[in-house]
Design a protein around this ligand. Sequence first.
Ligand code: SF4
Length: 323
Amino acid sequence: MENKEKQPLVQVKHLCKYFKVGRHAELKAVDDVTFDIYKGETVGLVGESGCGKSTTGRCMIRLYEPTKGEVFYDGKDITKLSKAEQKKFCQKVQMIFQNPYASLNSRMTVREIVGEGLKQHGTPKKEIEKRVQELLETVGLNKDHMSRFPHEFSGGQRQRIGIARALSVDPEFIICDEPISALDVSIQAQVINMLKDLQEQRGLTYLFVAHDLSVVKYISDRVIVMYLGMVVEEAETEELYSNPQHPYTKALLSAIPEADPDKAKANRRIPIKGEIPSPINPKACCRFAERCEYATERCFKEVPELREVCPGHKVACHLMDEK
Ligand code: SF4
């Protein structure tokens, strides 16, 4: 069935997250972001650091309360859940964090870390022991690791412990917040492949937050590109990488190293001039205007609307009006 005919598992609607900075200033980390995620798919959320992708993920699991807008999970507004629904939501939606060094409590053993969620959900002690062992085996560790502490593991192993912890409560949807960016390149592929296998075996749905576009291409069904708190482009992976429309997406993709020397010669690297502007009190214009080689007067006066330019492909750029 086509996605459009199905009810999305997650709906993010006009989500805003602003942080007060001083008396009169506001840092608009996420500003009017809307997208859907369907059951069983992986959506990649990409952009430079500071673009609001991680903040979006954190609002979706209520680590941050949205300033405005809504997030629906399975048709329900996540800010209006009853106590029982909230407990279920915490079980169904899990997060894997960027930094496997900081996200595991250094004073807890692996048995306690992975078993914590099971304990909270009332699993009997004997059952927890068995489940923790199974979960460790699922992520490529074993029962000998149960009594050890996080500092006794490598970065890749710690991320595996983080994944086992997320899986412990049998979730449906996992927000993977830059899960491999703190790992050695040699380990990154192992973790990505494991996430892919787990998705297939367990029918998981992922939001994969990352700044590395080549990794996102490999794992995602659809990709959403963010710039300075807003979505600038969204499309199926194949479409986005072969037919990018937004000048920012084009520049990001042109910076991916090409293994084939002939293709590398043919590809023109599109430079992005200047630094990413401050998200504090941004002007009502295209946020990419100062760095865009196609910017016109209109771009400095009007926020471009994110609109569908062909089925499933949305772009927020005034250039699209000329097409
Ligand atoms: Fe560039 Fe204007 Fe499009 Fe913004 S709206 S990306 S400034 S052409």
